[in-house]
Design a protein around this ligand. Structure first.
Ligand code: MNH
Length: 468
């Protein structure tokens, strides 16, 4: 029965127990904000809002509403508080640039040639060499009962890959037991940014942003800049060492549209941005995929059957670019992994003009909503078993039973992921070589624990490796 109301529009659902001034702070989680938002979505439905300390957050997790937000004619990217908090790290680099900042389009145009298919072909050998460093490292720990921590090793592979393929820089991740200080500084800076999201150092929201951590943060940011400036300077000093990579493009090419080039400071911002955006998410994707493969031996066997057709068991595979692109089943494993755990768990969309979403919830121009991807990717429209891992959902013949325009692990529109093909190639290649070489025995009793630091990753997931 309709309830008489003086409002023309229904109110967006919000959690019970709203506290004056503070708002919906009960149950706010700074360490697992995405999983917390998912739990609320299950209770409150396809759209809900939370007010926290004067901020209003609208979460959209229904497929139909998400499809509206993905419409570039009505909505566009907004940074929102989460990405604003990363500005001190990324500044006007591609990921954290505002839509209308001139350096966004200049960098986008300058860097696009670095992400074409022919560019991917150029990175293939570097990617392959890097994965082989991983398997050499793993060969020393297999068949002897060692529990190998998966996520930290995937971090190493993807950081080395983007460092080498993008900028000709090696972190030496596999040649030392120690974490490279660049990685340590980057992780501390990300964690500082995440904790400073609300700019208010209340213990409730994740604890002390003390003078000391602020000082450490300044030192970390300065160190990141210093390392990157060295990489740039060494390339400039050796112009005969020309390479086909992202750094070369930024140092030498002009945006055909504006005739502008990137300046020193912006190139530094882009390198830092790519080192972070180009490895965190891919590493999480690889880690989740290995978690699912280790726990679904029937899926791993089907993937191996495909892999062994290309490179017979026992032989040392020497994959070509084309062969990797043809591993369709393995690609579906990755697609399904990123459906359940999109490692970049969502994005903000703001209304271009005053509008209604779902035909009834008003948004004013500039109002934004967060597309909560893991929940959108589990909308009932995916079927009754939306929480189950099933790579066959991505078979072409099942396309009609997937909800349209809402599978968006790489974001949407003009600001979607520029590194998508890079990520797909490096992850499929790595998974193929790993499955070809090892059986993965998951740690008994391990329950998936998803850790959040900007991106999502399985925490504490370990396997025993057996050489096949
Ligand atoms: Mn990536 C933007 C997901 C790998 C570089 N990336 C995005 C966005 C998503 C995303 C989602 C959009 C965010 C938003 O709208 O606010 N990215 C991923 C995932 C993987 C990934 C799930 C791996 C799996 N990304 C990579 C790799 C690189 C990269 C690899 C670089 C080589 N991503 C970017 C950059 C942007 C971006 C740069 C910002 C693009 C722009 O706004 O112009």
């Amino acid at each position: 029965m309709a309830v008489p109301t003086t409002r023309r529009h229904p109110r967006v659902p919000h959690p019970p127990h709203r506290i004056p001034l503070l708002g919906d702070v009960i149950g706010v989680s700074i360490t697992k904000p995405t999983q917390n938002a998912m739990a609320y979505a299950r209770r409150l439905g396809p759209i809900y809002e939370r007010r926290v300390l004067g901020y209003r957050f609208t979460f959209v997790s229904g497929a139909e509403l998400a499809a509206e937000l993905n419409d570039e004619k009505r909505f566009r990217k907004q940074l929102g508080v989460a990405l604003e908090a990363l500005r001190p790290i990324g500044h006007d680099g591609l990921f954290t640039a505002h839509n209308d900042e001139p350096n966004w389009s200049t960098a986008h145009n300058v860097l696009l040639p670095g992400f074409t298919q022919s560019a991917m072909r150029g990175y293939h050998q570097t990617m392959l060499d890097t994965v082989r460093e991983l398997t050499r490292h793993w060969d020393r720990q297999c068949d002897d009962g060692t529990w190998v921590a998966v996520t930290p090793d995937m971090n190493k592979v993807t950081l080395e890959t983007i460092g080498r393929a993008g900028f000709g820089y090696e972190f030496g991740s596999f040649s030392s037991e120690e974490q490279h200080p660049f990685v340590a500084a980057m992780l501390r800076a990300l964690s500082f940014a995440q904790r400073s999201t609300f700019k208010i150092p209340v213990p409730l929201l994740g604890g002390a942003l003390t003078r000391r951590t602020a000082q450490q943060n300044r030192a970390d940011l300065a160190y990141l800049a210093e390392v990157v400036d060295e990489v740039i300077a060494s390339r400039r000093a050796n112009p005969h060492e020309r390479r086909d990579d992202l750094l070369e493009l930024m140092l030498t090419s002009t945006d055909p549209e504006s005739g502008r080039r990137l300046d020193e400071v912006n190139i530094r911002n882009q390198v830092i941005t790519f080192l972070i955006a180009g490895h965190e998410t891919s590493s999480g994707a690889l880690s989740f995929a290995l978690y699912y493969l280790a726990n679904h031996p029937e899926v791993a066997d089907r993937a191996r059957a495909e892999i062994y057709r290309a490179w017979p068991a026992g032989a040392e595979p020497d994959p070509t670019f084309e062969q990797v692109a043809k591993l369709r089943y393995l690609r579906h494993v990755l697609d399904e992994t990123l459906r359940l755990w999109p490692t970049a768990p969502g994005y903000m969309r703001e209304a271009r003009e005053d509008t209604l979403i779902g035909g009834r919830y008003p948004m004013k121009a500039g109002d934004a909503a967060f597309v909560l991807l893991p929940q959108v990717h589990r909308d009932p429209a995916w079927g009754p078993d939306a929480d189950a891992f099933d790579p066959d959902r991505f078979l072409p013949e099942h396309a009609h039973s997937r909800p349209g325009h809402v599978y968006k692990p790489f974001g949407t529109g003009i600001r979607s992921c520029i590194g998508r093909q890079f990520a797909l190639h490096e992850t499929v290649l790595a998974l193929a070589l790993i499955l070809h070489r090892y059986d993965l025995e998951p740690e008994p009793g391990y329950r998936l624990d998803v850790e959040e630091l900007l991106t999502l990753k399985p925490s504490g997931f370990r396997v025993q490796l057996r050489r096949r």
